[in-house]
Design a protein around this ligand. Sequence first.
Ligand code: SF4
Length: 136
Amino acid sequence: MTHIITSLCVREGSCVTVCPVECIVPGIPQEEWPTFYIDPETCIDCGACIPQCPFHAIFPEDDVPEYYIALGGEVQSASQGTPGFDQPYDDFEYEGNPVHLDHTRVLEPDQEIDLTQDIQPNYDYFSEGPGYSAVM
Ligand code: SF4
């Protein structure tokens, strides 16, 4: 198993500071890989990143919700070209540097979304995406 950073991630990044095996990386290029990703081969499932995320974006792989019911106001990000994700997002990451995302949407209260679709991209990032070289 591994832990998964879902599309509720808006690149705040403080999860990186608590990971004991340094297996969390920001997706690059951001337009294609909009969130942070966890190297599944290195993650030891310690769970330290879960409470660190202010956006509650991280789950153990087996607990990623297929039916996530939004509280309302959560920002969900997607890669460039994903239909319905046409709102820009601006905030600051944990060190105070600006974060800008071009492809997000804001969830409505009780909106149901499937976050399990975020599992495979996490694996893909390291098997065929830029993360392969990032962790070598
Ligand atoms: Fe790192 Fe632990 Fe989170 Fe895995 S569960 S990404 S080892 S902090």
